[in-house]
Write a protein that binds this ligand. Sequence first.
Ligand code: NDP
Length: 444
Amino acid sequence: MKILAGVYEQVVKRNPGEPEFHQAVKEVLESLEPVAERHPEYVKAGIFDRIVEPERQIIFRVPWVDDAGTVHVNRGFRVQFNSAIGPYKGGLRFHPSVNLGIIKFLGFEQIFKNSLTTLPMGGGKGGSDFDPKGKSDMEIMRFCQSFMAELSRHVGPDTDVPAGDIGVGAREIGYMFGMYKKLRNEFTGVLTGKGIPYGGSLVRTQATGYGLCYFVEEALKAKGLSFEGKTVVISGSGNVAIYAAEKAQQLGARVVALNDSNGYIYDENGINLDTVKLIKEIQRGRISDYIKHHPHAKYTGGSRGIWTIPCDIALPCATQNELNGEDAEILIKNGCIAVGEGANMPSTPDAIDLFLKNNVIFAPGKAANAGGVATSGLEMSQNSQRLSWSFEEVDEKLKGIMKSIYKNSSEAAAEYGEPDNLVLGANIAGFKKVASAMYAQGVV
Ligand code: NDP
């Protein structure tokens, strides 16, 4: 980095102790260096200095009472990062690891991802260090209500429209929507990922995982390849992982492994997804329960290890920095031809370098997992028109969006001289629209 080095230094100085945020900013600024060279007017207008600073950061207390009557206090966050092209949009994450730096990295990524979808959505992200694991439904409800009691002041259908992320699914969205409606006395599409009976969109549940496979399929197609007959390893066993596995299977692949933070399962016959859905979506159990249903499968404890399983295609769908350089070396040695990121920033920078140097097709999260927020955008459109589209209609739109994200990213990569570098292409293609909107709107 030359022109943008100062911007990065300022980010590190101004946001101490936030390594994930620094990592996300560094990757994007490195990609944008040639754009800064071609567009001195953006440098002069301070576009780069402004895009790395959130428009607003909200931190609040979330007190709640457990079933035994004990009071707990968690911390809530909403980072409204950039509204140049539309209302802030991005998920809420409930996980004990959540802190301001994590929310800022996710919100920053979201700016470019949302721009790539071609829909008018700005970037934001939020969440809490609350741990939903092991909590009763009533505890989850009380927490969500307390969280929304404060968040409701800062969001709205034309201002900021949150959605789900790790630890926030249809149940949590339902409790938060109920509280928002009660406090504001209005029925509006303030959240996406809602249940179908009260304004949710068909395909939203499947969208991130399906979209990931549509994107990877496009990237494979460009090299004369496809999912058909391939062996696939997927990390995670939550919303994104389950529906990535479902679509990969529908496209003819054999998905052999999934994990959670305790360990991974390996089923050489191909994972039975009905069992996984039962365990994860209904019983809210652990992936280790899989072997009770399928004793021939193997369970290995520990949070690492899943990337040692030989595969053609790897889809990291759990969390940030879950796939490092060592894992990348093993995947490459085992003949992996493509890596598609369902999670946000799951691959470390050294892992990405190795994939790019070894000609592994690499589909970066901000492009490849944009299907979730794209379908959230479609949910917003249906809510404001008071319409409900069919599953097939939404799925078709999702497929079209993923194809155009691939096309725009690969064209931008080619325009800047590295046709196979989708990291570069996605960062540049996502940035262009936001930058020209910020430029047109003046210094605000
Ligand atoms: P879920 O909460 O449904 O599932 C998360 C999964 O990842 C669980 O299996 C969880 O295991 C595992 N996981 C979480 N943290 C860790 C960890 N530290 N180590 C190992 N495994 C871990 O979340 P989602 O499926 O919605 O999200 C997964 C990823 O996809 C996240 O990075 C998210 O930001 C990203 N994403 C999600 C979108 C969506 O629409 N939901 C859209 C775009 C991106 P355990 O139960 O043990 O915690």
